[in-house]
Ligand binder design. Structure first.
Ligand code: PGA
Length: 250
């Protein structure tokens, strides 16, 4: 049995004051939630505050991105050791917004995955097709290509101790959720694709769904055999909504 993980991706939202209120609400409400792993991924600049507020709680912290480089003259970048130093358990890599808006190729994302994994932090590796790709019927090819870049960098056991998030790009922030059947079909494909390299790891890896998951649809989505939680954007910005999604994973 895989324990579900619900992770909030706050993206570039919040102020110091609003983040304080949000994380205190999440930490407080999370006390009543059992059997679900919970994480929040704030913007870098708020990680220190959020890490302090989550200390001793069942809410873990993650970053939304990481540098491919380990240290040195890389203005504006944040290294995995810095992320680790502030207590992050997770680091998101390859979010579609990074891939499309900041030109991160499959190879760059695989490099980031490697940096995170080598540091002992858990990569939350995001994949997913655009609307055009879905309409062309190449969803599986796209997901396989994105996954294979990580296999090429890390070998057959690449996904041991990591998390995958399937996020159809057309469902992110649009209010258009993949139906539970659509999502389950891709999740099953992803697990089978990983099983070709290592069946044991495929069985254990948590595969999250992301894309307009909210309190109204979370239970049905997470009720699917191969959906092991969610990566939540919009609905993670209100403590009550996020906690309702977490509770749906119980
Ligand atoms: P959304 O974002 O829940 O707002 O669709 C999900 C994500 O981008 O991780």
């Amino acid at each position: 049995m895989r324990t579900p993980l619900v992770a909030g991706n706050w993206k570039m939202n919040g102020s110091r004051a609003s983040v304080k209120e949000l994380i205190n609400g999440v930490v407080d409400g999370a006390k009543a939630i059992n059997g679900v792993e919970i994480a929040v991924c704030p913007p870098f600049i708020f990680i220190a505050d959020v890490a302090a507020a989550t200390q001793g709680s069942n809410v873990a912290v993650g970053s939304q991105d990481v540098s491919t480089e380990l240290k040195g003259a890389f203005t504006g970048e944040t290294s995995i050791e810095m992320i680790k130093d502030f207590g992050c358990k997770y680091a998101i890599v390859g979010h579609s917004e990074r891939r499309t808006l900041y030109g991160e190729s499959d190879e760059i994302v695989a490099e980031k995955f490697t940096v995170v994994k080598n540091a002992g932090v858990i990569p939350v590796f995001c994949i997913g097709e655009t609307l055009q790709e879905r309409e062309q019927g190449v969803t599986e090819e796209v997901c396989a290509r994105q996954i294979d870049a990580v296999f090429a960098a890390q070998g057959d056991n690449a996904f041991e101790g990591s998390v995958i998030a399937y996020e159809p790009v057309w469902a992110i922030g649009t209010g258009k959720t993949a139906s539970p059947e659509q999502a389950q079909a891709v999740h099953a494909f992803i697990r089978a694709h990983i099983a070709k390299r290592n069946a044991d790891i495929a069985e254990k890896v948590q595969i999250l769904y992301g894309g307009s998951m909210n309190p109204a649809n979370a239970r049905e989505l997470m009720g699917q055999t191969d959906i092991d939680g969610g990566l939540i954007g919009g609905a993670s910005l209100k403590a009550d909504d996020f906690l309702a999604v977490c509770a749906a994973g119980q």
